[in-house]
Write a new protein. Sequence first.
Length: 500
Amino acid sequence: MEVLNAAEMERADRLTIAAGTPGFALMLSAGQAVAEAAMDLVEEGPIVVVAGAGNNGGDGFVAAAELAARGREVSVILLCERDSLQGDAASAARGWKFPVLPFNPQAIGKPALIIDALFGAGLNRPVEGEPYAMIEAINANGAPVLSVDLPSGINGTTALVMGIAVNATETVTFFRRKPAHLLLPGRMHAGRRVRVADIGIDPAVLAEIKPQTFENVPQAWRPSFPVPRIDGHKYARGHAVMVSGDIAATGAARLAARGCLRAGAGLVTLASPRDALAVNAAALTAVMVQAIDSVVEFAALLTDRRLNAVVIGPGAGVGDRTSDFVLTALSAQRSLVLDADALTSFAAAPDRLFEAINASHGVEVVLTPHEGEFPRLFSDISNKHPNRSKLERVRAAAERSGAVVLLKGADTVVASPDGRATIASNAPPWLATAGAGDVLAGMIGAMLAQGVPAFEAASIGAWMHGEAAREAGPGLIAEDLPEVLPAVFRRLYDEFGIEY
């Protein structure tokens, strides 16, 4: 569940060694895990290990020796001179009782499997020269590739490609995943599966490391998940308000409203301009419709304290009306999801929004931009540091805005101003369809209405959004997402052991 960057993983190793486990013992366990994965991938045929000069290469030597002991035909290609290896890697190389092949792409030949043990998660410089040519040859070979820790050429913390990177079939990592196993583009290089091997690191080291990044899976937010009580009623599950746009742009708010109701809000009201009232009323049943044209009427609506969460943005229109509605909801101390047009309405003066959020005295606020909308509020965060990872960008945005920020994508990141972050990796490609983000905004609004804190609400919404898309399958349109949420809830309740 915890995700460790390269520095945190190095610290986990150091703490384990300081507690009495030799570093070479960790390397032996890691290499054996690689060998097990290799045996699973290919049952027969020659195996080539491409080893680097560091501990990643040491893991490769241990795997090679283990595979040879099991009767497999194995050869090792080494980046450096064998005598130049140091520390645990040198010890691992001494366990390989056979010659090593020169670092030449032609030495790969036609194996049944290539084990990529060239560079590890700590790579922070561009790949050049002979290693570049070797990675090119690995990718062109056609044999399946098992990468050790991370595909060589990927920075483990930023997930960026450092000039070139191995395209792995599978990856074996150790103790915990790294950001690059979940973030793009690193995840695309890691293959169809990332195995996480136990190599003897005590999870107790996490108490000292205090990681702030987590994979967005149910275990990350289970204590905050809102389970209806047997003695509950609709008013106990919150009353959310969706703000609709004019008659030409009503569908997005209705999608959000439907998603909100399906995700568990007890009641949902659509605040509709009068010119769109008939259209919205004709298209909705369980969702209520209220005629709201002006900020004054909206403020009057929010005098009812039972209306405890507001979603503004889907189809709301860009301009002063939308920004004024946002500021009114903040002044009314309502939990708030801001999406789409609500974000763009502050593009000319983002600090105006951030100041209002920070002056709202702890109101739960979630911003849900996609990559096109993100620079409208955080232009310098997006453009000033082109090598900054998505995780770093979203963290910086959350800190600046004072809100929880959810940056959508195949690797949706949610970050809180306190530094916590989740990375989701369960969204299928067919979720990229018109209106899907509107449904997500409504789902997060449902969690806020039920009293879930903003960070957990956004993380739950992102995970359920991906699971709903997987449930619906290829051919998904946004209208399908609310309809499959009951199946997602059933699976989640089964996992949690909740009766339904």
